[in-house]
Design a protein around this ligand. Structure first.
Ligand SMILES: Nc1ncnc2c1ncn2[C@@H]1O[C@H](COP(=O)(O)OP(=O)(O)OP(=O)(O)O)[C@@H](O)[C@H]1O
Ligand SMILES: [Mg+2]
Length: 264
């Protein structure tokens, strides 16, 4: 039997459009820059867009095929082009046929035997695929923008995670500065959780998306990218000042990271 080398983590929100997919992909690219073997699974089965955000393939299989038993897991894994892998969704209506959501847990278990971080990009709200993703993942991140409707949605998803005993690592405050007036401190008080990162609203984000480019790679020095890279580093307990010294000593750093992942 293969043993686990990684952890599964889902990005969630009650309200749609708060940046879960944007963050999942850019965090994956940031983790890959730290040599963390990462995969993003598109669990947004109704409107999958992980593949679309990366330029749309070609992808010859999908999470839908694996969930429906139409294909092997290994056939649905694709290179993102940014040193991490993805399992894209299939946008066609017919892709939903014969899907068995109960297979999700088994898929994620298998992936944690091959990847250090398995990031599950969920749809908004509290559909079955969201609750099953929360149940199947070891931990969750709540993504919110600084507006009340998004925060209320986040609280709802957080309470479902609690009921399912999914560890909540914290809240990511995305689109900060885009007119939203709710402060980081208030968000922390409301969720009783740390805001593990604040990602600025950046008008240029969508122009990179149109090209299928990942913002953190194409625009590495913008404050939006820097905060996402910091979230990724914090997630795995990476401390830049330790690197130079440790890298020369076999793989002590990678062992530390794996230990941190297990403690997530
Ligand atoms: N920090 C940001 N600055 C500017 N635009 C952003 C930022 N984060 C995300 N966006 C843009 O906001 C839109 C919604 O983002 P995204 O699709 O990632 O949200 P989502 O939560 O995954 O949506 P859904 O709930 O529909 O799955 C996208 O066009 C994305 O490029
Ligand atoms: Mg999305």
């Amino acid at each position: 039997m293969n043993s686990k080398i990684g952890t599964s983590l889902c990005t969630t929100s009650g309200k749609g459009g708060v940046g879960k997919t944007f963050l999942s992909l850019n965090l994956a690219a940031s983790l890959a820059m730290l040599d963390i073997k990462t995969i993003v699974v598109d669990a947004n089965l109704d409107c999958p867009d992980v593949g679309i955000c990366l330029g749309n393939g070609p992808y010859y299989s999908s999470i839908h095929n694996v969930l429906a038993g139409r294909d092997e897991l290994s056939n649905a894994v694709f290179d993102s082009g940014y040193d991490f892998d993805i399992i894209p969704g299939d946008i066609s209506f017919s892709a939903m046929k014969d899907i068995d959501l109960e297979n999700l847990k088994d898929i994620l278990t298998k992936l944690t035997q091959e990847y250090n971080v398995v990031l599950v990009d969920t749809p908004p709200g509290i559909s079955d695929v969201v609750t099953l993703s929360l149940d199947a993942c070891e931990s969750m991140l709540v993504v919110t923008s600084p507006v009340i409707s998004s925060i209320i949605g986040g609280l709802k998803i957080r309470s479902i995670g609690k009921r399912l005993n999914t560890k909540c690592i914290g809240v990511v405050l995305n689109m900060a500065g885009d007119g939203g007036i709710i402060s980081r401190e208030n968000i922390e008080k409301t969720f009783e959780l740390p805001v593990i990162g604040e990602v600025e609203y950046n008008m240029e984000v969508n122009s990179y998306l149109t090209e299928g480019d990942l913002f953190v790679v194409s625009n590495p020095s913008s404050s939006t990218s820097i905060s996402m890279k910091k979230i990724a580093a914090d997630l795995i307990g990476y401390k830049p000042e330790e690197t130079e010294e440790v890298e020369s000593k076999d793989n002590t750093q990678i062992k530390k990271i794996i230990k941190a992942l297990r403690n997530l």
